[in-house]
Design a protein around this ligand. Structure first.
Ligand code: SF4
Ligand code: SF4
Length: 491
């Protein structure tokens, strides 16, 4: 259990500190459902090298990243998993080297003839095991790439590593099971349409009881203006569901006709975590289909970090074009963009004093910060959520600058690692973020931390109490919005 110190310390190197940590391997039925071999294939070495060759040709960044590193060391102390564990293989450059050494051995002239001179290494069973362990100790957060003078993105190497592992029969249980559920049922939870409808009816009753206004949570309503696609955790988990209530209140007060879809009831897209574009496309395709079937004019994405990255950065080529949507709005649009726009236009009645019992800070989620943008201004992904919070809360304090904006620290559970078989890693990986949080708690009396990512919210709900904070400290940004919205007879 790491100890929070006043300032974040770079740990002593502890070789193999996390060598025993790895997630469960996916069972055959879950592997095969995604088109991967059910178990480690006999000729795994040649299959892995063929896959690697394919990826080196397909993803142009991959060979560039493997060739460009000059071992300057700037990235070594930038990964939250290294800072939390001290395991040198969790230094970004060492994580890259696990693949780089094999790449050199089989795909460079020097490595083929003089392997020792260039640090080239055979792809042995122990190397494959290291790949499985340490490519599942990277949350693909891209923080290291911010500090690398060449912009080398370890996340891309991790994604390639996981894609190769899945291709030889070593997929990760957590991610692959979830992707299978989306293909079959439409969401990560495997929540069927009747259960979803029932949940939404329950939320309508709860909100009416709370504020006396019949705020609707519509499902499969053809002809609505907006299709809201949100992480399925928003339907039941805390604090996620309070965010969903917040979106519904915003739609209600702004008079926007909206709907959820039972066919595409999931914004999350774990295809990105396993580095597989075919899976990413198949998951995303359901959303395009639902938008066409329901005849909506806009698609709005709820609070989910990697879902927004996939939508913002990949959808256009994966499932575009979106020429059937209203061109007056971004396609897709983040729910924060929508709310920010409504606030700017004076379309919402807000009373920030409703949140006067809170002093709020904001956790920038990795995939939003370093993998996307928001609004039409550079850095909008940082300013929009903060301006929304400051419009609905009177007390806001940012954490230390080296831990926010593009330098933000991962919550410790991103990138497909939000599984209890990796709990030790998740707790240790959260250390840099909770250290920065403790500083604003001690110095400014911060009581709550808001986030716009379902994974961050789940991870913090689990690890904050382990570090001695209140579980309820983590809140959805749209919970703050929903609580500050004033409803009177006009609404
Ligand atoms: S992408 Fe994030 S988790 Fe992965 S090595 Fe870089 S800093 Fe660490
Ligand atoms: S900062 Fe970039 S070039 Fe330097 S060691 Fe890390 S990956 Fe290599």
């Amino acid at each position: 259990m790491p100890v929070i110190t006043e300032h974040l310390q770079v740990p002593r190197v502890q070789p193999d500190a996390m060598a025993e940590t790895k997630p469960f391997v996916a069972k055959a039925e879950f592997q095969e459902a995604l088109g991967f071999p059910g178990k480690l294939v006999d000729n795994w070495q040649s299959v892995a090298l063929d896959k690697m060759s394919e990826l080196l040709g397909k993803y142009r960044a991959l060979p560039v990243f493997l060739d460009a590193c000059v071992k300057c060391g700037a990235c070594t102390d930038k990964c939250h998993y290294y800072l939390g564990t001290g395991d040198p293989k969790n230094m970004p450059v060492a994580r890259q080297d696990l693949m780089r050494n094999v790449y050199r051995r089989y795909f460079t002239v020097a490595g083929r003839y003089f392997p020792k001179l260039v640090g080239a290494q055979d792809l042995t069973e122990s190397v494959l095991e290291d790949w499985y362990r340490y490519y599942h100790q990277c949350s693909e957060c891209r923080r290291c790439s911010v500090y690398c003078p060449f912009g080398i993105d370890t996340a891309e190497i991790t994604m390639a590593g996981r894609e190769i592992l899945a291709s030889v029969g070593l997929g990760q249980k957590y991610a692959n099971e979830i992707i299978g559920k989306v293909h079959k049922i439409g969401n990560n939870l495997g929540l069927p349409e009747p259960a979803l409808a029932d949940t939404l009816t329950g939320l309508e009753e709860e909100v009416e009881e709370d504020i006396g206004v019949k705020v609707r949570f519509p499902l499969d309503e053809a002809g609505a203006d907006v299709l809201l696609v949100t992480p399925s955790a928003d339907f039941f988990a805390e604090p996620h569901v309070d965010g969903l209530i917040g979106y519904a209140k915003v739609f209600h007060q702004a008079g926007i006709r909206w709907t959820l879809s039972s066919y595409a009831s999931e914004a999350a897209n774990f295809g990105i975590f396993i580095g597989n574009y075919d899976q990413m496309q198949k998951v995303a395709e359901r959303i395009r289909q639902a938008a066409l079937d329901l005849g909506v004019r806009r698609i709005v994405i709820g609070e989910c970090g990697h879902a927004w990255r996939v939508a913002y950065s990949y959808w256009n080529t994966l499932i575009g074009p979106f020429d059937f949507l209203d061109t007056d709005y971004p396609a897709p649009q983040h729910v924060c963009e929508m709310t920010y726009d409504l606030i700017q236009r004076g379309a919402l009645t807000l009373d920030p004093s409703a949140n006067d019992n809170k002093i709020v800070t904001f956790h920038d989620s990795c995939n939003v910060s370093r993998g996307s943008r928001m609004g039409s201004i550079p850095g909008g992904q940082f300013t929009l959520p903060r301006e929304i919070i400051q419009a609905v809360c009177n007390h806001f304090v940012d954490m230390a600058p080296e831990t926010t904006h593009e330098q933000t620290f991962c919550c410790g559970g991103g990138g497909g690692l939000l599984t209890d078989d990796l709990l030790e890693l998740r707790v240790k990986g959260a250390l840099p973020r909770v250290t920065a949080l403790k500083q604003v708690v001690d110095n400014h009396g911060v009581t709550h931390m808001a986030a716009i990512c379902a994974i961050c919210k789940s991870q913090f709900s689990k690890v904050l109490p382990i570090y001695g904070f209140d579980m309820d400290m983590i809140v959805s940004v749209h919970q703050l919005v929903g609580d500050a919205l004033v409803f009177d007879s006009a609404h």
